[in-house]
Write a protein that binds this ligand. Structure first.
Ligand code: ATP
Ligand code: MG
Length: 322
């Protein structure tokens, strides 16, 4: 399709561990359109970060691609040699992660790190890189860019550091930005401000955003589309308003029931009863069957395929026919 910028196809990734293999994602398939903003949601361990890391070409060494492809144009990002990967990573596709300190080197100033990225990824001169770095620090709402450039990471607050990371990630004008829980480690004020910043970036830059969060409230603010993951698979996918107002998959219904409501007094935070399946063992039926109060025999025997029930809405549940 003309508008499609990224095609994730049948992506199955395992992690090799001393205790065996963890099937982190199984047959994950979705498209990202130019300028579209997608939220990947799901409980802890559902495979969100693994998908994000695969797209950002930043999987850890013990991850193994068992099957599938990630096509950026005609190029399969999963099969690039190291030197080719550098043409795409940080340039066409950038990422911002949960821990704002993790990707910054404590021994170098922000200025040195920002200009390094710009000189090596865009081939700018030092002078041009400094100019662009200042411009992007301003864009992400940091006052006094000169001072920020002279600072070391430990001299800035978490919220400021995350702005720096966003400035670095967007300064190369990537086509795709993966943001993996970028507000989770920040204080409440900074969380709200960084979310606002993402909303602005989404408006101002021609950027496809893959925003990973377990918070449906956050997803509803940021996303055009929501993809719900469970046990390494996509269980539902659709436009944000449709998924939130008329969830199709019983798991999505469960997740929505757990969102605290402001006007209702609840004794404690709700969660879906039961636990996700053990990803080191094969799953025969629907991965959600054990926790689903609508499950029937077929759900325990066969795996429901992800089918398009109406254009743009997919669900993996035997309740629905394509
Ligand atoms: P969270 O909300 O907690 O961040 P997630 O949806 O991002 O969860 P992933 O981090 O993708 O989930 O993890 C998917 C599965 O892979 C989990 O069972 C997790 O324990 C496992 N896993 C993730 N990273 C590794 C790793 N480096 N080595 C081994 N197993 C891993
Ligand atoms: Mg994660």
């Amino acid at each position: 399709m003309k508008n499609t910028i990224l095609q994730v196809r049948d992506l199955s990734i395992v992690y090799d561990t001393p205790l065996g293999m963890i099937h982190a994602t199984s047959g994950v398939t979705f498209d990202v359109k130019r300028g579209e903003s997608i939220s990947l949601v799901g409980e802890s361990g559902s495979g969100k970060s693994t998908v994000g890391l695969a797209i950002a070409m930043a999987l850890p060494p013990n991850a193994r691609i068992v099957n599938g492809s990630i096509l950026y144009g005609d190029v399969d990002l999963l099969r690039l040699e190291e030197d080719e990967r550098r043409r795409y990573s940080g340039r066409e596709i950038s990422a911002v992660f949960q821990d704002p300190l993790a990707t910054l080197n404590p021994l170098f100033t922000i200025g040195e790190q920002m200009t390094d990225v710009l000189m090596s990824n865009l081939g700018l001169s030092k002078e041009e890189a400094v100019k662009r770095a200042k411009e992007f620090l301003k864009k992400v709402g940091l006052p006094d860019p000169e001072r920020i450039l002279r600072s070391f990471p430990h001299e800035l607050s978490g919220g400021m550091l995350q702005r720096v990371n966003i400035a670095i990630a967007t300064s190369t004008e990537p086509k795709i930005l993966v943001a993996d829980e970028p507000t989770t480690m920040l204080d409440v004020m900074s969380q709200a401000q960084i979310l606002e910043l993402f909303e602005e970036l989404k408006r101002d830059l021609d950027l496809a955003l893959l925003f990973i969060t377990h918070n449906l409230g956050v997803a509803s603010k940021i996303a055009d589309r929501i993809i719900v993951m469970y046990a390494g698979t996509i269980v539902e996918d659709g436009p944000v308003d449709d998924v939130l107002s008329k969830p199709l998959h019983p798991y999505t219904v469960g997740l929505l029931n757990c969102v605290p409501r402001i006007h209702v007094k609840e004794k404690r935070l709700k969660s879906i009863p039961g636990f996700p399946p053990d990803l080191s063992k094969p799953i025969n039926g629907c991965p959600f069957a054990d926790r689903c109060n609508e499950a029937s025999d077929v759900c325990r025997k066969a795996k429901p395929e992800l089918i398009e029930v109406v254009p743009g809405r997919r669900v993996a549940c035997f309740k629905y026919k394509g």
